[in-house]
Design a protein around this ligand. Structure first.
Ligand SMILES: *[C@@H]1O[C@H](CO)[C@@H](O)[C@H](O)[C@H]1NC(C)=O
Ligand SMILES: *[C@@H]1O[C@H](CO)[C@@H](O)[C@H](O)[C@H]1NC(C)=O
Ligand SMILES: *[C@@H]1O[C@H](CO)[C@@H](O)[C@H](O)[C@H]1NC(C)=O
Ligand SMILES: *[C@@H]1O[C@H](CO)[C@@H](O)[C@H](O)[C@H]1NC(C)=O
Ligand SMILES: *[C@@H]1O[C@H](CO)[C@@H](O)[C@H](O)[C@H]1NC(C)=O
Ligand SMILES: [Cu+2]
Length: 570
């Protein structure tokens, strides 16, 4: 991070009328460990950075302009990159999740993510291999709209993320371990606010009197949700997750995992005061609050270096994203196919607390799912070949798919669908009641992440117009890692005609002895003999489960570890 040397480096983001050029210069992202990064001013650690630096750079391009991102893996383990929110129609192998749409990029290898975005807005890229994004491999990705519906003078990218002082894999061992039967998640050690002006990371946002600023707010956290507000200023929401919305004035809103919001802020004419941007951390899911974690964070909007800070808080408001309307209107249409997913986080018979949909905890197949779909011929429509442990659901080409998510957990969860944006038909703090379906809507909000309330539900819909293998998962990385994921196999026969991965995609698997054909077990056709089912629910009553959980808890207490060992280890 550095202070921008002069305000002139702030990027003018006024809609350009210039002819759209065909391609931006390639981004060469060398994924490297960077030692001794003190990201939060409290503690130094090894992070995963890009080109030996952290934080990773902005990737930016215009709509319909070829973007090439060459990701070189200089780590000692495989990696991969997901561009969160982009569709990759016909190019499923560019989506990124390793073990699903590609093999991990082997150490020393380079994966060429090259595509022409047919969408615009605020996105982000991040590692999709284990918890590498939590260790630092995450950065902003902006696709500019040549015909921005709103006028503004300048823009800033405001990146919010939680920060851990220890390596993800070390924390995961404890979180997904037998001494944590209740699945208590590791709270972050701190929160980081990064500001990017389009050229580089800067220390604080500077405002010129009377100008209009677009703030693109991206929550890149592993776990943490934030309330966002600006002292002395209201905001006009104009975008969520890449969809431009009708302008909606608000004093604040909650930014949940992986979501993006754009707001317009009009600068005051007076320059005698500076103002804080206020973040309130949602601590409702934190079992304990680490000593270095604050619940309120601020960053300054500076009108003048000599002005005083006006700390009067903005009036508290919670704008619900369901109240927003996309500018490009799309009415809902009745669903052809309904998928019901029951969410549970529970102790399974391996003694570990797992996330699951419909009782199945996702486990990586031996053959990445994309290759099973591409190599199976007519069997590709048989969900069994993808393995019982991948939660594979076949979706028919062009059908309107409704997904009902019932959350049996006492925490709220942000669910992300790859390859699509979905309409949010409704959300409730109770389970969905099929006898009371939501009415069809003229113009529901579209997003790629939906927050589902504790013990509540959400109903989403999307058109199956993107043949491919798309992950649907909780974006809380801790839950993703313990299996809270399903695989949508969308129009597999169509996919076999339209999705043609280039040779390097197969070569990178071969170099790691990972098969690129066959079913989830690497066998031919529908032969799934010998398939293991993975960890199963504890049989019997809740009482019995409780006793087993208690036994694990007593065991950990006897060992002097406490039930939440990751806390003790920080
Ligand atoms: C996108 O770019 C292609 C190739 O340059 C061009 O043919 C096409 O008209 C462009 N589409 C839009 C919507 O701008
Ligand atoms: C953002 O906020 C939510 C809270 O819902 C959190 O769980 C999530 O992991 C955060 N991260 C991202 C990338 O959105
Ligand atoms: C700033 O000054 C301009 C010109 O006098 C005026 O039109 C505008 O309303 C003022 N803005 C605010 C926020 O007071
Ligand atoms: C954080 O801010 C909120 C809202 O202004 C306030 O209610 C709360 O007391 C603050 N918490 C701390 C720890 O300062
Ligand atoms: C989906 O259902 C509608 C009627 O609601 C029907 O017109 C359409 O053909 C169906 N599409 C598919 C792909 O099944
Ligand atoms: Cu979750």
């Amino acid at each position: 991070m550095r202070l921008s040397t002069c305000f002139a480096t702030v990027l003018a983001a006024v809609a350009s009328t210039a002819v759209v050029s065909a391609a931006v210069a390639p981004y060469n992202l060398d994924i490297t460990y960077v030692d001794n990064v003190n990201a939060d001013g409290v503690s130094s650690r090894r992070v995963i950075g890009v080109n030996n630096k952290w934080p990773p750079p902005l990737v930016v391009a215009d709509y319909n302009e070829t973007i090439t991102v060459n990701v070189k893996n200089s780590l000692d383990v495989p990696t991969s990159m997901h561009s969160h929110g982009l569709f990759f129609k016909g190019e499923n192998y560019l989506d990124g999740p390793s073990g699903i749409t590609q093999c991990g990029i082997p150490p020393g290898g380079t994966y060429k993510y090259e595509y022409v975005p047919k969408q615009w807005g605020t996105y982000w890229y991040h590692a999709h291999n284990g918890g590498q994004y939590v260790d630092g491999f995450r950065g902003p990705l902006i696709i500019r709209n040549p015909n921005e519906p709103y006028k503004y003078d300048f823009e800033y990218i405001v990146i919010l993320h939680d920060w851990y002082h220890n390596q993800f894999d070390d924390i995961l061992k404890d979180y997904a371990g037998v001494y944590n039967p209740t699945g208590s998640e590791p709270p972050p050690d701190n929160v980081i606010i990064l500001i990017h002006d389009g050229t580089d990371y800067i220390e604080k946002m500077k405002f010129l009197p009377g100008k209009t600023y677009r703030l693109r707010i991206i929550n890149m956290s592993a776990f943490t949700m934030y309330h966002f507000s600006i002292g002395g200023h209201s905001m006009d929401v104009i975008e969520v997750d890449g969809d431009d919305t009708e302008r909606k004035t608000t004093n604040g809103f909650w930014v949940s995992v992986a979501q993006r919001w754009s707001v317009l802020v009009t600068a005051k004419n007076a320059t005698d005061k500076n103002y804080p941007v206020n973040l309130i951390v949602d601590d409702s899911m934190f079992a304990i609050i680490p000593p270095t974690l604050k619940l309120n964070y601020t960053t300054t909007i500076e009108y003048s270096p000599t002005a005083t800070l006006d700390e009067t808080p903005a009036p508290y408001e919670e704008l619900d994203d369901i109240e927003l309307s996309p500018i490009i209107k799309e009415a809902s249409t009745p669903a052809n196919q309904t998928i019901t997913l029951d969410v549970l986080l529970d102790l399974l018979d391996d003694g570990i607390n797992h996330g699951s949909f419909n009782g199945i905890t996702w486990t990586r197949p031996q053959v990445p799912t994309i290759f099973t779909a591409l190599s199976a011929g007519p069997d590709a429509t048989n969900p069994d070949i993808y393995g019982k442990r991948t939660n594979a659901i076949i979706i028919e080409h062009m059908s309107m798919v409704q997904v009902i998510i019932n959350n049996n957990d006492g925490g709220s969860h942000p669910f992300h669908l790859h390859g699509h944006k979905f309409q949010i038909m409704g959300r409730s703090t109770e389970f969905y009641d099929p006898s009371k379906p939501y009415p069809e809507l003229d113009n529901p909000i579209r997003r790629d992440v939906v927050q589902v309330p504790a013990m509540g539900s959400a109903v989403i819909r999307f058109r199956a117009d993107n043949p491919g293998v798309w992950l649907f998962h909780c974006h809380i990385q801790w839950h993703m890692e313990t299996g809270l994921a399903a695989t949508f196999i969308e129009a597999p026969l169509e996919m076999q005609k339209t999705v043609k991965p280039p040779a390097f995609v197969f070569d990178q698997c071969k170099s790691q002895n990972i098969a690129t054909s066959g079913n989830a077990l690497g066998k031919l056709g529908t032969d799934m003999e010998g398939e293991e089912l993975g960890p199963q629910p504890l049989s019997g009553t809740w009482e019995k489960k409780g006793k087993i959980a208690l036994a694990f808890t007593i065991l950990s207490a006897l060992l002097g570890l406490g039930t939440v060992v990751w806390f003790a280890s920080t």
